[in-house]
Write a protein of this length. Structure first.
Length: 216
């Protein structure tokens, strides 16, 4: 049970990057407060969110569902940009529409197609892997800033993509493999992508959503 609006709310909470979201900042375009209130009550009733007097947070069940929706968005946005050549902002808007109606089976096939057509993102001697699906095991999608040093990571999506579009020039795009080399005292991070070390600010690293890769 989840409506389009309900899934948008779950994804919005996940993308906030915080454990709890203030209700008054939970705004979704083209929906009235009454519609949002009704959807929130349904999510609470079915165990997807916990609601306080002023905040709302995901339950374990809600976090799992939100991650599924976010992954669909990431795969669709990557397909629209990398394969069809859509501009990132337009691709993100269309992915928001398509993610609610596409089946998980189709997403799996699309994700496999994207992995098979992509060139090797990092040298084999550095990772020893070529298949992103086997690496991630579909781990939870979390912010880069929350990962430990030394992690090999699969970039799933970039929140506020238009604001951080410079990441494209650096090679940090959905579908890419990166390594978190170290965390700095000011909460900035240093990553390795395509053999180059790049320093990212705390704000940027918090908006890069990744899946942690595992050794077989």
């Amino acid at each position: 049970m989840t409506s389009v609006l309900s899934e948008d709310i779950l994804e919005e909470i996940l993308n906030s990057g915080t454990d709890e979201v203030l209700l008054h900042v939970l705004k979704l375009p083209h929906h009235t407060e009454a519609e949002i209130e009704k959807a929130l009550n349904t999510l609470v009733e079915h165990g997807f969110v916990h609601r306080g007097s002023k905040t709302v947070r995901l339950t374990e069940k809600g976090a799992e569902k939100a991650a599924q929706v976010a992954r669909k968005h990431a795969v669709l946005e990557t397909f629209l940009t990398d394969v069809l050549g859509k501009q990132p902002e337009a691709a993100s808007r269309e992915a928001c529409i398509l993610e609610h109606n596409i089946s998980s089976e189709t997403i799996e096939r699309l994700d496999n197609f994207l992995d098979q057509r992509k060139p090797e993102p990092v040298s084999p001697e550095k990772t020893g892997f070529t298949n992103h699906n086997n690496l991630t095991r579909k781990n939870p999608i979390i912010p880069l800033s929350e990962c430990p040093e030394g992690s090999l990571l699969h970039v799933s999506m970039i929140r506020c993509f238009a604001k951080h579009s410079r990441l494209i020039d650096l090679g940090v795009i959905p579908g890419e493999l990166i390594t978190l080399r170290r965390k700095l005292v000011n909460n900035a991070v240093v990553i390795t992508v395509k053999g180059c070390d790049i320093a990212l600010s705390p704000e940027v690293s918090a908006n890069i959503m990744v899946e942690r890769c595992e050794t077989p």
